[in-house]
Design a binder for this molecule. Sequence first.
Ligand code: ZN
Length: 53
Amino acid sequence: MAKIPEAQNRIFKNVFVCKKCGTKVRADPQKILKGKIKCRKCKKRAFRPLKKK
Ligand SMILES: [Zn+2]
């Protein structure tokens, strides 16, 4: 029981990037939408999904 591909997918889907400083944050999308997640570097709440460029 090491790595489950499906679980890894889910982890990558839940990665967001801070719009200001580019720090990656892994969090529940629902929490991002509700503004519960803060960037650990700049304390901003502006995130975008990792996939978007
Ligand atoms: Zn930031």
